[in-house]
Design a protein around this ligand. Sequence first.
Ligand code: SF4
Length: 310
Amino acid sequence: MISTVSPPAKPQSYKTNVEIDWCPGCGDFGILNALVLALQELKIPNENVVLTGGIGCSSKIPHYVNVNTLHTLHGRSLVQAQAVKMANPRLEVISASGDGDGLGIGSAHFVAAGRRNVDLTYILFDNGVYGLTKGQASPTLPYGEMPKSIETENIKFPVNPLFLGLASGFTFVSRSYSYNIKHLKETLIRAMKHRGLSLVDVMQPCVTYNNINTKEFYDPRLYDIEKEGWNPVANNESEYKQKVPQAVLKSLEWGDRIPMGVFMDYQTETYDEKLQRLVPDYGKKNYVMDPIDSSGKPLNDVTDLMNSFS
Ligand code: SF4
């Protein structure tokens, strides 16, 4: 994270004037508000933040946040975010997508990202449906459920983002709730402060198509695992190996009680640091800031760098 200029004083400075076309009451609003509050509290200048989105209702968020943004291809939000971070490690990089975008078409990228551990934050807008395309069942819709937008019950088993995140190697794995702005803001701050790949799975009701996983459903069920004694911090590899199975077990709970909070917080080597072992120059020079001529050609010779990647 860099801070070369004074950060804006008000959360509103992190919002654009673009008209928001989410449905009234959509859980997406809570995520937007928690994110700008987190950025403001961390005092990160707008120009030092990059926010990427894929395709879907949730992935429109880059239009609404006043930072550098990329609205990318379906399922590719994490791909672009990793590329940005690797090109300029000094940026604060955030990737956003829905459960359909990130765990459907983007599922292979989700797993590949976990294996790398690039230092960025991934926000998963998790509502169980493909809201933008009229509410088809998405990968996190529970088995047997039939929200009003589909004609038969869901006969596919769901993907559990926390379980998959832990299995793939995400080093910070958490869940929060779009109608609990305070918890979500604090979780986002912890995720952004974490050095490594962070997952924030946000329970985000789709008020238009999912009439089952609603605010009335979540409010009485969600509880904070850390308030019930869970310590997610793994200080070394041995603690990590011991805690992962426990965190997985906790992630499987879904019923009268649904856990949220931080499930895993493990500081280990990031992709940057691993690259530095292989490419001595990596991270020492910021090549994206190098001067270029009018044709876009770098004025500094990067031949050795490029050869070192081959
Ligand atoms: Fe939100 Fe659902 Fe409307 Fe999309 S369709 S904006 S997810 S309420």
